[in-house]
Design a protein. Structure first.
Length: 295
């Protein structure tokens, strides 16, 4: 039964809250909401975790995750809510290939990138999942990855808030609350960089830009996204790099300096000794971030 005397959220527009909080974040249609631990506890008997095919995982992530994008994936796992006569997909975790192997080899130098180490690039649960769902789901994902030879996972939390061209908040900024609560190692921020924020509040990341410039596999999807925002179609025989500059200018893309995402690392193993035997290439910091960056 819902408790009628819950403490209020500390900030109505804050994307995440300290790890000691009783509140949990959920998503639906790329809009976030909150669940309180007293609103009904998590019962693992009502949930199942299975591998997902690319199409279903992608559809779910595009529908609910604020990034509106789907990354290169090696493993996709789904969290299902199981009722008497229905099995609903309620969460998706994506583990895959980052832009550069250095993303994995810097913190985990002894693990073969893309095979023994992967990036957790998407993790999203809908608002029907009760509190504590995420930690249970993440643990089941790690068990599944371990049986497939994965020993390390790197994940990032983007703490930079973003707005669309109309001023509406599209991303409030994340500090990685779920990772900290799941005993991840915090290894500071990734390299600061300059990002391109599009009119709808999404980011044209460097990997997508590289695909366009080099006409690599997947460049059509990135080009269509810009054209849907009002960019002109490429001219015949036009240099892709020149078209990209023209497209970004025509849609009014904004240049934003990013201080770097927060980096978290998980070492996987059947016991503590196995986990701690995995050498780290970077020092783990003792203090976790508590607040998103200011706008």
């Amino acid at each position: 039964m819902t408790n009628l005397f819950q403490e209020p959220l500390p900030f109505s527009d804050l994307a995440e809250i300290p790890t000691a909080s009783e509140w949990c974040q959920r998503w639906r249609g790329r809009r976030h909401s909150w669940r309180h631990r007293r609103d009904g506890g998590f019962d693992h008997r009502r949930f199942e975790v299975d591998l997902l095919d690319e199409t279903r995982a992608k559809d779910f992530v595009l529908a609910h995750h604020y990034s509106r994008s789907f990354p290169a994936a090696r493993f996709r796992l789904g969290l299902y809510t199981v009722d008497a006569d229905e099995r609903r997909l309620s969460g998706v975790a994506v583990f895959g290939v980052p832009v550069s192997s250095a993303v994995l080899t810097r913190p985990l130098p002894d693990l073969e990138p893309y095979v023994a180490s992967l990036e957790c690039s998407r993790f999203v649960l809908t608002d029907e999942c009760p509190a504590n769902s995420e930690s249970w789901f993440l643990a089941r994902c790690f068990e599944a990855l371990l049986t497939r030879g994965v020993r390390g996972v790197v994940s990032f939390a983007d703490p930079v808030p973003r707005r669309d061209a109309a001023g509406r908040v599209t991303a409030l900024g994340h500090v990685g609350t779920i990772y900290a609560a799941s005993n991840a190692l915090y290894m500071g921020r990734a390299t600061p960089r300059t990002i391109k924020v599009l009119p709808d509040g999404t980011i044209l990341n460097e990997r997508a830009a590289q695909k366009i410039r080099r006409r690599e596999q997947g460049h059509e999807y990135a080009e269509k996204a810009l054209i849907s925002l009002g960019a002109p179609a490429p001219r015949p025989s036009e240099d892709p790099a020149v078209w990209l500059q023209r497209a970004l200018a025509s849609v009014g893309a904004r240049t934003v300096r990013h201080r770097g995402a927060h980096r978290y690392v998980f070492r996987l193993g059947k016991d503590r000794r196995a986990r701690e035997s995995i050498r780290l290439g970077m020092p783990a910091l003792g203090v976790f971030p508590k607040r998103p960056d200011p706008e």
